[in-house]
Design a protein around this ligand. Structure first.
Ligand SMILES: Cc1cc2nc3c(=O)[nH]c(=O)nc-3n(C[C@H](O)[C@H](O)[C@H](O)COP(=O)(O)OP(=O)(O)OC[C@H]3O[C@@H](n4cnc5c(N)ncnc54)[C@H](O)[C@@H]3O)c2cc1C
Length: 417
C-alpha cells in the first residue's frame, strides 16, 4: 500500500456519518480535508435512522431460508419487504447475488466480518464524540433483539449461536424477563436477546452536526454542491468537478451513501451497490415508557427512545434512489408497533423515508480503489451505517496513510465481487 504523505489534501464526497467520521480520522492523521455534499451534513440516510449502535447486529439480510420467506413477505401489505414493480427488473441481479450469500457457511463468514467492525464501533466513536462535546448524545442502555412470537424465537436461535461464536456478549431472556425489562410490550412475545454493550443516539442529526462542527473547528472546508465528475490524470483524480466548478485535490474518498455507485465506477470500482429504502415514524408523545432500543427483526423495524420522542423505523423497499416515498410503508410500521406495544399513541407523528446504501452480501465497502492508489471507498453500510461509521473512518485513514488497520479490511474490499 503506497501511503499518502501527511499534509496532502483529501476530498471527501458525502457528509453523512460515514463521510464525517472519515474526514475526522483523516484530519487526525495529518491531512487537509474538504467535504462535498449537495445537502447539509447528516441530512441523508444518517438523519432518520433508528440510531442504534447495534453491536449485536452481525446477521446479514440474506439469512438461510430467506428465499422461502420472500413470497409471503411480498404478499403482506404490512410486511417488512416490498419491491416496486417498475424497479423489479433492475433489482433482480442484486437479489440474485444476495441469494448466493445465504448458505450457513457463508452467513457464518459474513457475521464474523460484521462482528469484527461492530465490536470496535464504540471505541472508535467515543473519542470523536468526546472531542465534539457530544458524548451526551450517545446513550448506553444496551439493545434488545425481540422475537414477537414463538416462530420468530425459533428463527432467532441460529443468530444467537452466531453471536456466541463471534464473541458478541449477549444475555438470552424469556418472555417474562423481557416483560419485566419493558412492561410496555404485549404479553405474548417469543423471547429476546439483550446486548448490554450496545448504545443509541438520542438524535442522529445533532450527532452529525456536532461532528461537522468539530471538523470545521479543525480547519476542514465544506463545499455545498453536487459532485458530478472527477478530472483524472496519470496518477488518479486531480480535481473534483461539482456543478459550480473544479476543486483541486491530492486524493478522494467516496462516501456518498446510496449514490456512490457511479462515482466509484468513475474511479475504477464497479460495485453492486443498490438501495434498501426505509421509513420511520417519529412519535413525540408516545404515551409509553421505553428506555431501551428494541429491534423486532422478524417484523423488520426497530423502536428507539430519542430526545424528541420514540422513533419506530425500518422495513425494506426496493424502488431505487429516485422514486417518490410511499408513506403507507411508514403507516404500516406504526400499525405493527401498536400491536406490539398496545399503549402506543401517535399524536403528531412525523414520517420520513431514507435510502440505505446496500451491498448484496450485507458487508460495506471499506477499501482502496482497485485502480487508483489515491482513492478510497467508504459506502454500502446498509442497515448499519450509524454503527459502523467511526470504525470505517479510522480504517479509511489507515488505508490512506498506508497503515495496517486494526480490523482486517479483506472482507470489505471493493474487488470482492
Ligand atoms: C429506516 C432506517 C433505519 C436505520 N437504522 C439504523 C440503526 O439503527 N443503526 C445503524 O447503524 N444504521 C441504521 N440505518 C442505516 C444508516 O442510516 C445508514 O447506513 C447510514 O446513514 C449511511 O451513512 P452514509 O454516510 O453512508 O450515507 P448518507 O447519510 O446517506 O450520506 C451520504 C451523503 O452523500 C451526499 N451525496 C450523495 N451523492 C452526492 C453527490 N454526487 N455530490 C454531493 N453529495 C452527495 C448525500 O447528500 C448525503 O448527505 C438505518 C437506515 C434507515 C433508512
Amino acid at each position: 500500500m503506497k501511503p499518502l504523505p501527511e499534509g496532502q489534501h483529501i476530498a471527501v464526497v458525502g457528509a453523512g456519518l460515514v463521510g464525517l467520521a472519515s474526514a475526522l480520522y483523516l484530519q487526525r492523521s495529518g491531512y487537509r480535508v474538504t467535504m462535498f455534499d449537495r445537502g447539509g451534513p447528516g441530512e441523508g440516510a444518517s438523519y432518520g435512522n433508528g440510531g442504534v449502535v447495534a453491536l449485536g447486529s452481525i446477521l446479514p439480510v440474506g439469512m438461510p431460508g430467506i428465499t422461502a420467506k420472500v413470497p409471503g413477505m411480498l404478499m403482506d401489505p404490512l410486511g417488512p419487504l416490498t419491491i416496486r414493480w417498475g424497479y423489479a427488473a433492475q433489482i433482480a441481479p442484486w437479489l440474485m447475488r444476495m441469494m448466493r450469500h445465504t448458505g450457513r457457511e457463508e452467513v457464518t463468514r459474513i457475521s464474523g466480518a460484521l462482528a469484527s467492525i461492530n465490536l470496535a464501533a464504540l471505541d472508535d466513536y467515543l473519542p470523536l464524540l468526546e472531542e465534539a462535546g457530544a458524548s451526551d448524545l450517545l446513550a448506553r442502555a444496551g439493545a434488545l433483539y425481540v422475537a414477537s412470537n414463538a416462530a420468530e424465537w425459533t428463527d432467532m436461535q441460529f443468530g444467537i449461536e452466531l453471536r456466541r461464536t463471534h464473541g458478541v456478549p449477549i444475555e438470552v431472556l424469556d418472555r417474562n424477563e423481557l416483560r419485566q425489562m419493558v412492561p410496555a410490550l404485549a404479553p405474548d412475545m417469543g423471547g429476546a436477546v439483550f446486548v448490554p454493550d450496545a448504545g443509541h443516539s438520542l438524535n442522529p442529526l445533532a450527532m452529525s452536526q456536532a461532528l461537522f462542527a468539530l471538523f470545521s473547528d479543525r480547519g476542514g472546508q465544506f463545499v455545498g454542491h453536487e459532485v458530478v465528475d472527477f478530472d483524472i490524470g496519470a496518477d488518479g483524480p486531480t480535481h473534483v468537478v461539482t456543478d459550480d466548478g473544479r476543486h483541486a485535490c491530492d486524493a478522494v474518498v467516496v462516501a456518498a451513501g446510496a449514490y456512490s455507485r457511479p462515482l466509484a465506477r468513475r474511479l475504477g470500482a464497479n460495485v453492486p451497490l443498490d438501495t434498501e429504502r426505509g421509513y420511520h415514524v417519529m412519535l413525540p408523545d408516545p404515551g409509553i415508557d421505553v428506555r431501551i432500543p428494541m429491534l423486532f427483526g422478524g417484523q423488520g423495524f426497530a423502536v428507539t427512545p430519542m430526545a424528541e420522542g420514540l422513533r419506530c423505523g425500518g422495513t425494506v423497499e426496493f424502488a431505487g434512489v429516485h422514486a417518490e416515498p410511499n408513506y403507507a410503508r411508514a403507516d404500516a410500521i406504526l400499525t405493527k408497533a401498536k400491536r406490539l406495544m398496545p399503549g402506543l399513541q401517535d399524536t403528531d407523528a412525523a414520517r420520513w423515508m431514507g435510502r440505505r446504501p446496500s451491498m448484496p452480501d450485507s458487508l460495506p465497502v471499506i477499501s482502496r480503489s482497485p485502480r487508483h492508489a489515491n482513492v478510497c471507498l467508504a459506502f454500502g453500510h446498509g442497515h448499519l451505517g450509524l454503527t459502523q461509521a467511526a470504525v470505517t473512518g479510522r480504517m479509511i485513514a489507515d488505508l490512506m496513510a498506508g497503515r495496517q488497520p486494526a480490523v482486517d479490511p479483506t472482507p470489505f474490499r471493493a474487488d470482492r465481487f
